[in-house]
Design a protein around this ligand. Sequence first.
Ligand SMILES: Nc1nc2c(ncn2[C@@H]2O[C@H](COP(=O)(O)OP(=O)(O)O)[C@@H](O)[C@H]2O)c(=O)[nH]1
Ligand SMILES: [Mg+2]
Length: 472
Amino acid sequence: MNADEILPLASAVVAGSIQAAARLITLIENDGEDAAAALRALFPHTGRAHVVGITGPPGSGKSTLVNAAIRALRAQGRRVGVIAVDPSSPFTGGALLGDRIRMQDHSTDPEVFVRSMATRGSLGGLAPATGEAVAVLDAWGASTVFVETVGTGQAEVDVVSAADTVVVVSAPGLGDGVQTLKAGVMEIGDVFVVNKADRPDADRAVTDLKMVLALAPEGGWRPPVLSTVATTGEGVAEVLESVSNHLRHLEQGGGLAGRRKARWRREVVRAVEARLRAQTMGGAAVASLDGLVELVASGQLDPRGAAIRLLAAGRDAAAGLDPAGGAAPGGVRVDHIGVAVRSIAEAARFYSEALGLQGGPPEQLPAQGVTIVFFAAGETRIELLEPLTPEGPIARFLERRGEGVHHVALAVPDVERALESARAAGFEPVDAVPRPGAHGTRVVFLHPKGTHGVLVELVEPAQPVAPLPEER
Ligand SMILES: Nc1nc2c(ncn2[C@@H]2O[C@H](COP(=O)(O)OP(=O)(O)O)[C@@H](O)[C@H]2O)c(=O)[nH]1
Ligand SMILES: [Mg+2]
């Protein structure tokens, strides 16, 4: 799928097309990168849905309760989304089918969207794409999005940060009943539901729950304990009312923003992890990993050192291969732009104060007669060069030309080969052989006379795989 198809898909979701929402969520599940543009376009249209997490032991009736809640909300003309996250192992086959059957009352209703997502081994937590799927349903116009997940360890923690309101569903006759809920779940529930109130012992379960909850500190929101018969819909209206009350409580007390920030924090961290993983352990990066593992296994490198090199290699590969950044043959990319200035302290003000860029520590290079400072600027950097001595090349440059762009540094995978091919094409280098640059790099300068007035620095990044001499 290309960008021409993805953006119209995002528009269709915002316009309320359930088919478009379904397609986009499938894209998100299959490949996060492909759907990134659509999500970006959707994002300004999110933030209106009430995200309600439904958790509790398997079989307590979560799906049945959601089904009944959908019915009640539909009667009010609301649009509803459901993401059912199933931590099923490949051994059991899971309850996905069951969830779908219990919610299929609404399968032909274009105002109800139900999707089951597998956790794919994310340790029983929410499926990696859950937050993004919720965002799609939010933009689609769902007034409520339910996220159903089985209450098992990580999933509970995840559902709290994924939802505005958490409903914990239990039922009598499920092993220890309330006891099973005690570990961890008591703290996360905003509304407690004892379902299967048609069963004996339901009243005792309610009393037990209330007793345990009474131990919670006073003040703030007091989680209510409600009973339901999800199969008949009895008590479901009260659950929805409590859920709405909780949202109002959050809105009035200012807690909603905090909960949502926690959600976005989790999403950002997840996106970073996914990206780092893809950069350092996917595709071509596997070869680097294999090479580093060899070095660690033979005692030439420690695991942390290997990780640092893998991250550096991943960053370089991403910069060279990222199509949005302009893929160049052989992985050539702009490493930095060097700017000659009279005073770093003075010039740095523009980059830090006006542009908000982060500067590194100043570094003196006596051999070249300069002091330098790097400012990270997206995929590349700005290097400020101030004369350290009156005879250095930067001092001479300032005398002749004044302040201004001094050189453009291009990262190349192999500086010797780059030097060779530049020579073969008739471009004379300033240096006959590569010389050491900052941070273990090797560099060669090409004369601006040959390169149309630009002093070009070719820089080979520090080798990520071969061991450094001191590590041998
Ligand atoms: N007797 C009774 N059975 C219920 C009730 N709610 C759900 N069930 C049944 O309990 C079983 C598990 O329900 P389900 O919604 O799949 O539970 P989940 O695993 O928590 O999603 C199903 O057979 C439901 O029909 C209820 O209120 N009373
Ligand atoms: Mg279920």
